[in-house]
Design a protein around this ligand. Structure first.
Ligand SMILES: Cc1cc2nc3c(=O)[nH]c(=O)nc-3n(C[C@H](O)[C@H](O)[C@H](O)COP(=O)(O)O)c2cc1C
Length: 223
């Protein structure tokens, strides 16, 4: 039986362990999971999973490490609190954006944030090309925007079609339904394996609505 990896958050479904919290017994193949089963870490459905590559699965040390992660680290990390954001960028005449939870402030002088983006994402290509990053901070009504920007790639469709947005002073699209906007330039970056952590100096921003920001936990509880 193969292990399957969540392409959104990296969670590994190990059939030997099952997903006992969701009532899935150890020994249940991924293919036998109910259609409404969702990733216990990020909440996406089965269609966001891919079979784990064999060469990775055969390496003994990472396999043991992965089991350890399943047992303790993953559920512990699950307790870290996050907001939810649409991270956007521009590349020549093209725009793109994706949902992200890994956006957080690093310093206030100068105002600097860090943004973690998967290297495989189309948005990564845009940020690398222009160095421009726009952040739309989502409010608690932002479920549709999470789904629109988090579950499909701009390589396959124009995610901005039908969405209301303005263009920021650096050229990044900024969603009108957000509760606040930030816009800035990449000043440094860190290679984190599958992801790049971009350090972004914030050069512009606006508070649009005095509403509660969306958190990852709230999204999961109410989606
Ligand atoms: C709730 C949620 C949180 C996410 N957080 C991140 C994140 O922090 N970093 C990341 O690279 N992708 C994250 N993603 C996945 C991207 O939004 C997703 O892969 C998107 O389709 C990429 O789009 P793109 O190829 O147009 O850039 C998240 C998705 C969801 C639904």
């Amino acid at each position: 039986m193969n292990s399957w990896v969540c392409t959104v958050c990296g969670y590994v479904y190990d059939p030997k362990a099952g997903d006992t919290k969701a009532g899935i017994q150890p020994g249940t193949a991924f293919e036998a999971l109910p259609d409404d089963w969702v990733c216990p870490t990020c909440g996406v459905g089965k269609d966001s999973f891919e079979v784990e590559k064999e060469e990775k699965a055969k390496t003994p040390a990472p396999a043991a490490a992965r089991q350890e992660i399943q047992r303790g680290v993953t559920p512990a990390i699950f307790n870290i609190s996050y907001g939810l954001f649409v991270v956007t960028s521009v590349n020549g005449a093209k725009i793109n954006g994706q949902c992200a939870n890994t956006v957080f402030q690093i310093t206030s002088e100068p105002p600097t944030i860090a943004v973690g983006i998967n290297k495989a994402n189309y948005t990564h290509e845009f940020i690398q090309a222009s160095g421009v990053v726009g952040i739309s901070i989502l409010g608690q009504q932002g479920h549709e925007l999470v789904r629109r920007f988090g579950y499909s790639s701009g390589r396959d469709k124009n995610k901005f079609e039908g969405a209301s947005y303005t263009t920021g002073s650096l050229g990044a699209p900024l969603l009108t339904e957000a509760i606040a906007h930030l816009e800035g330039k990449v000043v440094n970056k860190l290679d984190c394996g599958t992801h790049t952590l971009f350090l972004v100096e914030v050069l512009d921003g606006a508070q649009l609505q005095a509403l509660e920001p969306m958190t990852y936990a709230y999204f999961r509880a109410t989606k």
